[in-house]
Design a protein around this ligand. Structure first.
Ligand SMILES: Cc1cc2nc3c(=O)[nH]c(=O)nc-3n(C[C@H](O)[C@H](O)[C@H](O)COP(=O)(O)O)c2cc1C
Length: 267
C-alpha cells in the first residue's frame, strides 16, 4: 500500500529525476516522487544512448549496473520521506520482468510502467507510447508482471493516443493500482480535463492527473475534474522544491474550501 503524502507528486523526467532530485522534492513536501525514466533492457538502453547523443536528457545505466544504481538512488530519494516510484521503460517482456525484480529489491514503493514515451528510438522498439497501440501485448505484459511484482503498479500513459476510457477499463480489469495520465491534447497548451473527467467517472482506480500543472488554479482544476492527485514535471525542472511549495498551497486551498479530501492510499 502506498500512502501519498500530499496532492502534488513529482513526475518522472529522464536524466533529471535521480535520487538527489527526488529527495529534494520529497523533503519539500511532494506527495510521492517518481524516479527515472530508466531503461531496463539492452534495447532501450541502446535507444536511450541515441536519445542522449542527440541532446535530450537521459539516464544511461548499463544492465550490469542497474541493481547498484537503483539501490543507491532509491535509498537517497527515500530519505526525503515520501513514497518513491520508479518509471520503467522496456521493449521486451524479459526486461519488464527484470525491472519488476530490481525495482522491488531496490526498496522502492511502487512500479510505474511507462506507456508514455514518444521518442521514436523507444517507440520503434514497441516500447513507451507504442504499447498503447498493441493492447493485447500490453495486457499480457501486465498479467505476467503482476505474477512476480510484489509492489503497487502504476501505468503512465499519454492521453488522446487511443480511447482513454476503454484503455482505463481494460487496465482496471487487470488490477492496475493507479493510472497516471498525461492529459496532453495535441495542438493545445492546456491539459485536456475532459479526459480526466471521463476516466474518473468510469473507474475508481487511483488517478494521477498530469499535464501543464503550474500553479494553484491548474492543480485545483485537475483535481476538480476527478484526479485524486496531480503530478508536475516541467514546472519543477529547475527547482525540485517547487513541488513542495505547490503542494502546501493545494492543501491549504482544499482545507479552506472544505473539499472532501479523499483517501490518498493506493495499492
Ligand atoms: C525533460 C523531461 C523528461 C521526461 N522524461 C520522462 C520519462 O522518462 N518518463 C515519463 O513517463 N515521462 C517523462 N516526461 C514527461 C513528464 O513526466 C510529464 O508527463 C510531461 O512533461 C507533462 O507534464 P508537465 O506539463 O507537468 O511537464 C519527461 C518530461 C520532461 C520535460
Amino acid at each position: 500500500m502506498v500512502s501519498v503524502k500530499s496532492h502534488v507528486v513529482l513526475a518522472a523526467m529522464a536524466g533529471v529525476c535521480d535520487g538527489r532530485f527526488c529527495f529534494e522534492a520529497a523533503k519539500a513536501g511532494a506527495g510521492m516522487v517518481i524516479m527515472g525514466g530508466i531503461n531496463f533492457d539492452a534495447e532501450t538502453i541502446r535507444a536511450g544512448l541515441k536519445i542522449k547523443n542527440r541532446g535530450r536528457s537521459e539516464f544511461h545505466v548499463e544492465l550490469c549496473d542497474l541493481e547498484n544504481f537503483l539501490f543507491r538512488e532509491v535509498k537517497t530519494a527515500k530519505r526525503g520521506g515520501a513514497p518513491v516510484a520508479v518509471n520503467v521503460r522496456v521493449a521486451t517482456l524479459e526486461g519488464l520482468l527484470r525491472a519488476g525484480e530490481l525495482v522491488k529489491n531496490s526498496g522502492a514503493d511502487a512500479f510505474e510502467l511507462n506507456a508514455h514515451c514518444r521518442q521514436h528510438e523507444i517507440t520503434q522498439l514497441g516500447g513507451g507510447q507504442a504499447l498503447l497501440l498493441n493492447l493485447d501485448k500490453l495486457k499480457e505484459w501486465i498479467k505476467s508482471l503482476k505474477k512476480v511484482l510484489d509492489l503497487p503498479l502504476i501505468v503512465k500513459w499519454r492521453a488522446n493516443v487511443v480511447n482513454d476510457v476503454a484503455l482505463a477499463k481494460n487496465l482496471d480489469s487487470l488490477g492496475v493500482d493507479a493510472f497516471h495520465v498525461d492529459a496532453m491534447k495535441p495542438g493545445y497548451s492546456e491539459a485536456d480535463l475532459e479526459v480526466i473527467r471521463n476516466i474518473s467517472k468510469k473507474s475508481e482506480v487511483f488517478l494521477i492527473g498530469n499535464n501543464s500543472v503550474t500553479d494553484l488554479s491548474t492543480a485545483l482544476r485537475m483535481i476538480e475534474a476527478g484526479a485524486r492527485v496531480v503530478s508536475v514535471a516541467r514546472y519543477t525542472l529547475n527547482d525540485p522544491r517547487l513541488v513542495g511549495r505547490l503542494a502546501r498551497e493545494v492543501e491549504e486551498a482544499l482545507q479552506r474550501r472544505m473539499w472532501k479530501i479523499s483517501n490518498l492510499n493506493f495499492g
